[in-house]
Design a protein around this ligand. Structure first.
Ligand SMILES: [Zn+2]
Ligand SMILES: [Zn+2]
Ligand SMILES: [Zn+2]
Ligand SMILES: [Zn+2]
Length: 269
């Protein structure tokens, strides 16, 4: 299979040819061309009002079958090859594969401020601790006191991310306090800095309590890829609703909740 992959030089040239001259995305069938041979993708064709953006001539409906066929026969390395992906993928499924590729670098899970950091796991862990000053616990069991009142005094930041280093993996504890109406709601969940399959090898429990009471949640960590897209209020997390914040944290303006977390392995992996 390997020798069917074009060598790097001709590949780079070929990839350039396959880029739409209007949107610069890789063209997928049907690929169109004008009478003078300028090519463009079908979604751009629909937008240019039948005028070739290259030579301003009428476009018509001329397919560029030669290019479509070349694209069809092409197999490419995943763009995350340098991160370890061994896959060789047909041209037309490349984008789909790369979107769900297990070797795709991770985005920074820090909320609240725009952060565009992406990278592999070691890079992201040092980014979180060095740049965001995230606290790191080196134990599968940990306890953390958390003042909800503090969060309300600082409206810019009602959440924390804590890194937990255990089983040679890095987990993120995400906790957030928010208001529904005037009622405080408290939410916490755990995610793995790793892919979805790895995350399924672990379980965790979170306990939130104080004041002689506690609430326990047991779950399977998500991958931080999933928490990239999730809304913080979605389910699959420990949620302490309204008045319970005060029964657990004390009838004060600054209820103090204690988070206890434990992570364990459920599968060998
Ligand atoms: Zn285009
Ligand atoms: Zn043209
Ligand atoms: Zn890949
Ligand atoms: Zn960041």
């Amino acid at each position: 299979m390997g020798n069917r992959v074009a060598d790097l030089h001709s590949l780079t040239k070929f990839q350039e040819i396959l880029k739409c001259s209007v949107c610069f995305d890789f063209m997928q069938s049907p690929i169109y061309q004008c009478h003078n041979g300028h090519t463009l993708c079908s979604s751009c064709k629909a937008r240019v009002l039948n005028k070739c953006p290259g030579c301003r001539q009428q476009l018509g409906n001329i397919r560029c079958l030669a290019l479509e066929k070349m694209a069809k026969s092409l197999e490419l390395h995943c763009k995350y090859e340098e991160f370890g992906c061994p896959e060789i993928i047909p041209y037309h499924t490349k984008l789909m594969h790369e979107d769900s590729c297990n070797f795709r670098p991770y985005s920074c899970p820090w909320y609240g401020c725009p952060c565009s950091a992406v990278g592999d796991i070691p890079l992201l862990v040092s980014h979180l601790t060095d740049y965001h000053k995230a606290v790191m616990f080196n134990s599968c069991n940990f306890k953390h006191g958390f003042l909800i009142g503090d969060l309300y005094k600082n409206p810019g930041r009602r959440w924390i991310v804590i890194i937990i280093n255990c089983f040679d993996k890095h987990f993120c504890l995400h906790a957030e306090a928010f208001l529904i109406g005037s009622t405080p709601v408290y939410m916490a969940f755990l995610s793995l800095i790793g892919n979805h399959a790895e995350a399924g090898n672990y379980s965790y429990s979170l306990q939130i309590g104080g004041n002689g009471r506690k609430l326990t949640f047991e779950g399977v960590p998500q991958s931080i890829r999933e928490s990239e897209r999730r809304s913080l209020e979605s389910a699959d997390s420990l949620i302490v609703p309204g008045g319970m914040v005060h029964s657990l944290g004390g009838e004060t303006r600054e209820p103090k909740l204690e988070i206890t977390s434990r992570i364990w392995k459920t599968q060998c992996g």
